[in-house]
Write a protein that binds this ligand. Sequence first.
Ligand code: AMP
Length: 441
Amino acid sequence: MIEVSREEITIDVETIKAVKGTRDLLPPETERWNLVESVTREVFRTYNFQEIRTPIFEKTELFARGVGADTDIVAKEMYTWEDQSRGGDNVAAGRQSLTLRPENTAGVVRAYIEHRLWERGLNKFYYIGPQFRRERPQKGRYRQFFQIGAEVIGPPPSGSESPARDAELLELLASLLDRLGIQQWRLELNSIGCPADRARYDQVLRQALQPVAANLCADCQRRAQTNPLRVFDCKVPADQAIIETLPRISQFLDEPCRKHFDEVREILASVGVPYTLNDRLVRGLDYYTRTAFEFTHGALGAQNAILGGGRYDGLSEALGGPQAPGIGFAIGEDRLVMSLGQSAATDGAKLDVYIAPLGTGMNKEAARLARELRRHNLVVEVGEESFRLKKSLETASKQGARYALIAGENELSTGVFALKKLASGEQRSVSRDRLLAEIQG
Ligand code: AMP
């Protein structure tokens, strides 16, 4: 253990700040996060999803293969380091490249394959946790941010590609946002077909881009060569007029993909979930298939996407697993909390009782009382041992306690306690066995 003097500690606390792009979530704001998480867990439960927790760091290769080496995330934004492994059970000594997870789908699918979860009949998972990307921080965009996500995978050998799964996930999301009281959301929906559709489309898109690419931004010029579909991700205003003229994937869907998409839309209509078709909504990787979607929220400003998701029928195989079609989404929890109205609970815990130990040697009695009351779910704070009753009562009021309970020598010897209702100032003598009933009553 390193010994440091008090002075050094003070200096450190003043000097060291949270890393750029990360932030502390403080009370009472954390209450809003807890509210979101508890409602979310409840909603997931009613749709038969179960929680999965995967490690926060994984082998870099997982993301290179699972997210795609030419994506911005993998090419520019990952926190990656060479880790010195010391060897041990099944681990060769040496260096290996590890990465803080920038997203959680790859980790969930890895776990699904590694533990052969289909053999346990598991196929609906959700997760809640931090993700890391070295993006340019701004409001709603952080380097450590939280995602709430869900994945429906498999089962092998061929899995379910049913459009009913897509529609169920979208309906779950609409219900969740409604339950959280988030209005003004908008669901944008597209189908990007299957790899064969995209191969045909890719050729046509490259041809269409050839004469105009020189007038687009540098990123788009690169995309036109490497992954033309990504041109549709471009946010540069000057490029939009040209992009508008490009052919769309919707014109290239084969019959099964078109039928799949039609059925997703029919189910959504029948359960009353509104959506807008957006045939610019694309995902650039080979294993993404068919349904792609995004929910946006009007009040969020520039970073207005609350969540994104879609089908990834080829991902399990891309990670060396069996053929197991899947679909999932990731909600940006930071943005979800931002879009909660001010109405959501922000009060923090309500203090029921402030115990004021009066005189020396009273800490033990105060601790016993606190233990008893907390066992019955009361929120209890125990004050410092003191001889100054007035000061203790002031502290109790400042902390917003409903009652102050005075634990002094007299009380201890008689078994009768002074219980003060702080709102009215009314004080009563209550015997120990009546305390709980009095406070709860
Ligand atoms: P993605 O994993 O890129 O599909 O993102 C899914 C959702 O996560 C987005 O719609 C955002 O709400 C959220 N998100 C992505 N990146 C960030 C970030 N850097 N900061 C905060 N939220 C993010």
